[in-house]
Ligand binder design. Sequence first.
Ligand SMILES: NC(=O)c1ccc[n+]([C@@H]2O[C@H](COP(=O)([O-])OP(=O)(O)OC[C@H]3O[C@@H](n4cnc5c(N)ncnc54)[C@H](O)[C@@H]3O)[C@@H](O)[C@H]2O)c1
Length: 259
Amino acid sequence: MQQPELAGRVALVTGAGQGIGEAVVRALIERGAKVAALDATPDGIKALETEFGAARVTAHLADVTDSAAVERVMDDVERTAGPLDILVNVAGVLHTAPVVDLTDEDWNATFAVNTTGVFNTCRAAARRMGERRAGCVVTVGSNAAGVPRTSMAAYAASKAAATMFTKCLGLELARSGIRCNVVSPGSTDTAMQRGMWTDAQAPLRVIDGDPATYRVGIPLGRIAEPSDIAEAVAFLVSDRARHITMHDLYVDGGATLRA
Ligand SMILES: NC(=O)c1ccc[n+]([C@@H]2O[C@H](COP(=O)([O-])OP(=O)(O)OC[C@H]3O[C@@H](n4cnc5c(N)ncnc54)[C@H](O)[C@@H]3O)[C@@H](O)[C@H]2O)c1
């Protein structure tokens, strides 16, 4: 019988407790990987460990902004599960406000998680993977990194930084055979997305577009499910993508017209 394509691989997924991160955990487990699920909130990751059993998913409570905590989790994962093969950065936060109203706290918190958090996990993983000359990284960015959005300047800038950081890492590690890619979702049905829906018509404005905020809508006519994003991640971490690195794969139903 054929083995699932990620059998025997060890993966670390951040922001694993809900939404896109949870869907990535499920997609990797389905393909045979053993997953370390990291989140700053305990409930979701503990529920995953209970559902699948600690042989397949382990819960790691940590904040990606804390580099020492990230190093501790990685040591723990490698000691108990084995060498890390796959890192998926999903943890992210969204603070919306026009620039003139954006507080210092919201700006700093956005970059701390979305950009410095990605640096912390990638540096810790790259040190380990680099020595072994094996592994791969996917960072979940956002299509907002590629097209200006009103009230999303801090978020979009933090995601653009994380995207370029991940591509530069991919260049540094390419000769070691380590691939680093980005998956950039558009509007996806999660708590983060629903947090922006101010009334019952909001999802329709996302799909149909909203001239008042210069949004063109989603040509494929639907808001993504978290599993749509997880499928793209699962492909990029698999050997089917062995010749793909420094790529930014938009999974947004065409919302940015890839302009
Ligand atoms: N939902 C969308 O429409 C959308 C669109 C584009 C990009 N994204 C990106 O996809 C990723 C997942 O988004 P989502 O919609 O599932 O969000 P979500 O808010 O539903 O889940 C985010 C998860 O990250 C965790 N997290 C936040 N800060 C953390 C930290 N400091 N350390 C560890 N974990 C932390 C949260 O506890 C939560 O479990 C994010 O990076 C987000 O920016 C989402």
